[in-house]
Design a protein around this ligand. Structure first.
Ligand code: ATR
Length: 289
């Protein structure tokens, strides 16, 4: 669609941002549906986040994605937060509705949708989540709505323990938080049905490592890796070889993007067009983040 005087802007802010896949994904989606929108990436340094939000208001930008390192900082400049962004104190999506800026966090629902749309319903399953950073927290918060059997393991154990305690207090759940060790991995792999790597382990250039020994995978398990560079991590490769079902980080990226798209446009996201655009960019250009 031609850019005219009526075309509106969506975008992503972060630092660094040059390798973001979001412009490719969202412009493909806008084109597919024929929306008069364009998506751009803006490099915004931490000291400019407040000014960037003022810019959203003054330029009447429709929506933003927010990525590293601004997901926490941004929330203090918004008018409203949805309950997920409020709990996580972190927003990855902003909607500008006639000057009222609302923050959302679609990372967790993106992960749950990635599982569901790839044939694994997380409802009632025993879930093992590795990591306790921003992504792990968003995923655990969404997962806690679908299952009451969640174990969170983290290299720095007080983070997973504190987070589990806080979640249990807020959601009246019985999530366990523990140290990530070879013993705790082995123990929890015995009955985990869904395993989610929400750490950065396995990302290029350290793509020869995985937190789970290959012998621990079972055919009945589904493994989701939030790392999408490489698309098939060692973790997913090992799991696949053992006959387990795998869901890669591109799927999570697409579904969190789809949730943002739906917030901005109120229309169902064209998932297939988004997947094709991202996969093409990753395969042809070897882009990284
Ligand atoms: P994000 O917001 O993307 O989740 P983050 O907040 O930096 O990023 O979190 C990264 C996660 O990966 C953390 O859980 C981190 O563990 P620590 O809390 O102990 O730092 C985890 N992580 C990173 N490198 C790791 C490694 N080599 N082994 C185990 N966990 C690792």
């Amino acid at each position: 669609m031609a850019i005219t005087g009526k075309t509106r802007i969506c975008g992503v802010i972060g630092d660094p941002i040059e390798h973001s896949l979001s412009p490719t994904m969202h412009n493909a989606a806008f084109k597919e549906i024929g929306l008069d929108l364009v998506f751009l990436a803006f490099k915004v340094t931490p000291d400019q986040v407040e000014n960037a939000v003022k810019g959203v208001r003054s330029l009447n930008i429709l929506g933003l994605n927010v990525t590293m390192p601004h997901k926490n900082k941004i929330i203090s400049y918004l008018d409203k937060l949805d309950p997920t962004a409020e709990y996580l104190k972190s927003a990855n999506t902003i909607l500008n509705a006639n000057g009222l800026l609302t923050g959302f966090n679609t990372d967790g629902t993106g992960a749950m949708q990635a599982l569901l749309q790839n044939g694994t319903d997380p409802n009632g399953k025993k879930m093992l989540i590795l990591g306790s950073g921003g992504a792990a927290k968003a995923i655990a918060f969404a997962a806690a709505r679908t299952t009451d059997q969640i174990v969170i393991l983290n290299r720095t154990p007080n983070k997973s323990q504190e987070f589990a305690k806080n979640l249990n207090h807020t959601l009246k759940t019985k999530i366990e938080g523990d140290a990530l060790t070879s013993q705790s991995i082995e123990k929890n792999m015995q009955d985990a049905q869904i395993i989610i790597n929400a750490t950065s382990v396995g990302m290029q250039p350290h793509d020869k490592i995985s937190l789970i020994p290959p012998k621990l995978f079972k055919q009945t398990q589904t493994i989701l890796d939030i790392v999408y560079n490489p698309i098939e991590t060692k973790l997913l490769n090992d799991a696949k070889k053992a006959g387990a079902k795998t869901v890669n980080g591109v799927e999570m990226l697409i579904h969190q993007g789809a949730a943002s798209f739906e917030i901005w446009t109120n229309k169902p996201a064209p998932i297939e067009a988004m997947r094709k655009a991202i996969t093409n960019q990753l395969m042809t250009k070897g882009e990284s983040t």
